[in-house]
Unconditional design. Structure first.
Length: 397
């Protein structure tokens, strides 16, 4: 029997042991390399925290300056312009005579009324005289009737009826006189309409007629055209159409600043005086009026101011850096980092306050979001969060 040498067997066993030993020694190095590869594949994302604060900013809105009071001056009756004492730009005071009109038929009517009054006065005086005479006769007859047979009973009765008749005629004459006086007063008041006076302190901004023009409320060359237009400019109204989303928090008496192109380096102000409390369905805005003092007359009606409208929230809302908001054709969102993974949170944006923007969504104060929102950071991606310097030092209150 041939015996197999033992040496090769020992060599094979040693080779197997060497391979096992080599395999055992290579595992730690492989694990370390794998860990390094995994760490290198996890992106580092700068993060910031969602903060809560009350919004208090100012947005720029267009407005319009209007006179506090404005009157288009029309004549009350058909007449001719006799004299005009003002022109465009004239400063007037309350009650100041601006235009004098003439109406010949009114003068004739006043003369007729005066004549009727004089006739009524004369008639009343005549009636009073007759009544006094008849009263005297009646008293004498009444006294004489005390002696029997001196005065017939019928004469006393006739005298009494005569007194009563004259008293009635005198009363009628007195009423006629009152009516004549009222008619004269009425025509005098109508004649007063021929003097056109300023209704308030202001400025004449339009003059549309000249002396000799026929004017009137319904006919003539001046039909439908005012003689003058007077505006109160020492006090103005700034009318601001406030968008619906800014109407919350408005308060009467609040000071609002604005500027106008005529004075670009100067800021003016007014106070909220009248709020419409109704949104225009066409423009989705609410008209708000500011009272603006204008004693020096630098501002003028018709100017279009740029109003710094204050926007305030009654309750605190959430803010993130504007760069944290990502926008795609399908959504607006921020990337929240939760337990080392990215997740998209849909938001609606509000107002911008410095570098921060107001957001509304499923967020809470203190949530950690990516400082730069991007759709490349897909939901579920494992990330390594790196707080920004501001957050590492504490979020602002």
């Amino acid at each position: 029997m041939t015996r197999i040498p033992a040496m090769p067997t020992l060599v094979l066993a040693g080779s197997i042991g060497f391979c096992i030993s080599c395999g055992s020694n290579s595992n730690p190095a492989t694990s370390a390399a794998g860990a390094k590869t995994a760490a290198a594949s996890t992106p580092t994302v700068e993060t910031t925290k969602v903060v809560s604060r009350k919004l208090s900013v100012a947005v720029r809105l267009p407005g319009e300056l209007q006179p506090y009071e404005v009157v288009a001056v029309f004549p009350k009756l058909t007449s001719f312009v006799d004299w005009i004492g003002v022109d465009r730009g004239s400063v007037v005071k309350t009650g100041q005579l601006m235009v004098r009109l003439v109406a010949p038929e009114i003068a004739a009517q006043r003369g007729e009324a005066q004549s009727k009054l004089q006739a009524a006065v004369a008639q009343r005086a005549e009636s009073e005289s007759k009544l006094a005479s008849e009263q005297s006769t009646y008293e004498r007859l009444k006294t004489a009737s005390g002696t029997p047979g001196v005065v017939a009973g019928n004469d006393l009765e006739v005298a009494q009826r005569s007194v009563e008749g004259n008293r009635a005629r005198m009363d009628a004459a007195a009423e006629s006189e009152k009516a004549a006086k009222a008619a004269l007063q009425s025509i005098t008041e109508i004649q007063g309409y021929l003097q056109v006076r300023a209704p308030f302190d202001g400025v004449v901004t339009e003059r549309n007629v000249h002396p000799g023009a026929l004017v009137g409320p319904e006919s003539g060359s001046g039909a439908g055209v005012p003689l003058l237009r007077v505006e109160q400019t020492a006090r103005l109204r700034a009318v601001v159409p406030v968008p619906e989303k800014y109407v919350a928090g408005m308060a009467e008496g609040a000071k609002v600043e604005f500027s106008v192109p005529a004075f670009p380096n100067q800021t003016f102000s007014g106070k909220v005086a009248r709020i419409a409390h109704s949104v225009d369905v066409k423009t989705r805005t609410m008209p708000v009026e500011l009272d603006v003092a204008n004693p020096n007359g630098r501002l003028a009606s018709g100017m279009f101011p740029e109003v710094l409208w204050p926007v305030r929230r009654s309750e605190a809302t959430l803010f993130v850096p504007a760069s944290a908001v990502a926008r795609t054709t399908e959504a607006t969102f921020v990337v929240r980092i939760h337990e080392g993974a990215a997740e998209w949170v849909n938001v609606q944006t509000g107002e911008v306050d410095g570098k921060l923007i107001e957001v509304f969504g499923d967020l809470h104060p203190g949530d950690e979001v990516a400082s730069r929102g991007t759709d490349e950071l897909r939901p579920g991606t494992r990330v390594s969060a790196k707080p920004t310097a501001a957050d590492s030092q504490g979020s602002p209150k």
